[in-house]
Design a protein around this ligand. Structure first.
Ligand code: PMP
Ligand code: GLU
Length: 402
């Protein structure tokens, strides 16, 4: 039999990390398949189903024959609906020529990096960053420049930190607000201060990932693209996965300068073509409908946030943040480093996350994957019953560490 060697694989894929969020979700599923009752707080996915009226719109679209290829950047009526949404919710003014619809916001970001990066171009990532930014940048031969903000600054990078990270090679800045994994939300003042730093650097483009826009408990979502000094260089990323509980539908989009939108369309046209036709029709309906279901989900997340914060704060050693958005907590757990159970020593957040899975059957994600070791990410998009049980198990497992 011929020898099989991974050496045939590209250097690109060999250098790449597996997505930590997806990996932990799979490890949780594997353990559950062995008969354990695993509580998965690893995957960033609403536990709600897509609202019925959106599902009905997809069924209708299928019956109407939306079963064919669509234009690569998306159906014109969806791009028009996205422009209306940007105007209505964000005060952003785009034309359909500036919109590209993709198979999830993940592909939107991958398109952007492929369209904009040359080898050696630097990309400033605000840490904690969403896990895939780092590898998407690296895959496209960009150099991630990580600017880190710990729990003491509510995981929010300051304008001064951004200023210190800029070089002649800086091409892009990517951040999410509300933030995955911290849940932190940038205020108008904070974004304006960052914009003021970026304003004189005309070669730098900003990728504002606003996919958690609707899951905001402060009630004040601010789009970087509304700040005049950087508006022309801001690409706004959004999608349907979180606010409409449509993770499996795979639909995301950007609003961008036309030449960047065209470049993303060119790439998408060679790699995947237009997104799913009947999903796009349902997305038009979702955007034009009222947001009652979205706000009901947001309110449920807010209730769970209070619950899980209250429970975790009772556990000695955990430093728990109080985020204003998304459905994540990002507690600092370093008080447990150096402790052990039997011969199992907890040296870092990876060890702790693995320990919680093995010992408590609770899946989380280590902070290192998001550029902030010392923390773990807890997705509280789970039922209140599961959150109570998870907190009980985490407390018991941590209590065994000496
Ligand atoms: N950006 C952020 C900040 C995310 O958390 C995610 C994960 N869903 C994405 C982008 C990708 O979203 P999608 O499922 O639309 O690809
Ligand atoms: N974005 C979600 C998360 O952070 C979904 C998984 C993924 O695409 O990484 O868990």
């Amino acid at each position: 039999m011929a020898m099989v060697s991974t050496e045939v694989l590209s250097r690109k894929v060999l250098a790449m990390e597996e997505s930590a969020t997806l990996k932990m979700a799979q490890l949780g599923r594997d353990l559950a398949a062995k008969g354990h009752h695993v509580i998965s707080l690893s995957l960033g996915e609403p536990d709600f189903d897509t609202p019925d009226h959106i599902k009905e719109a997809a069924k209708k679209a299928l019956d109407e024959g939306y079963t064919k290829y669509t234009p690569v950047p998306g159906l014109m009526e969806l791009r028009e609906a996205i422009c209306r949404k940007f105007e209505r919710d964000n005060g952003l003014h785009f034309t359909p020529a500036q919109i590209v619809v993709s198979n999830g916001a993940k592909q939107s970001i991958a398109n952007l990096c492929a369209a904009m990066l040359n080898p050696g171009d630097e990309v400033i990532l605000f840490a904690p960053y969403w896990v895939s930014y780092y590898d998407i940048v690296s895959m496209n031969e960009g150099v991630p420049v990580v600017v880190a903000a710990g729990i003491d600054q509510d995981f929010k990078v300051t304008a001064a930190q951004v200023a210190a990270a800029i070089t002649d090679r800086t091409k892009l800045i990517i951040f999410s607000s509300p933030c995955n994994p911290s849940g932190s939300v940038f205020t108008q003042d904070e974004l304006e201060a960052i914009a003021a730093v970026l304003a004189p650097h005309e070669q730098i483009y900003i990728v504002a990932d606003e996919i958690y826009e609707y899951i905001n408990f402060s009630g004040a979502h601010v789009s970087m693209g509304t700040i005049p000094s950087v508006a022309a260089r801001t690409i706004t990323v959004n999608g349907f996965a979180k606010g409409y509980a449509m993770t499996g539908w795979r639909l995301g989009y950007i609003g961008a300068p036309t030449f960047i939108a065209n470049a993303c369309t060119k790439i998408q046209g060679q790699v995947t073509s237009g997104a799913n036709a009947f999903a796009q029709k349902a997305a038009v309906h979702a955007l034009d409908a009222d947001l009652t279901a979205t706000y009901a989900m947001r309110d449920a997340f807010q209730k769970r946030r209070e619950l899980i914060i209250g429970l975790l704060e009772q556990i000695p050693g955990l430093k728990v943040n109080h985020p204003q958005g998304a459905f994540y907590l990002f507690p600092e757990v370093s008080a447990y480093f150096g402790k052990s159970l039997g011969d199992q020593v907890i040296n870092d957040d990876n060890d702790l996350s693995e320990y919680l899975l093995a010992e408590a059957h609770v899946a989380t994600v280590a902070g290192e994957a998001f550029g902030i070791p010392g923390c773990i990410r807890i997705s509280y998009a789970a039922s209140e019953e599961d959150l109570r049980e998870a907190a009980r198990r985490i407390a018991a497992a941590l209590g065994k560490l000496k």
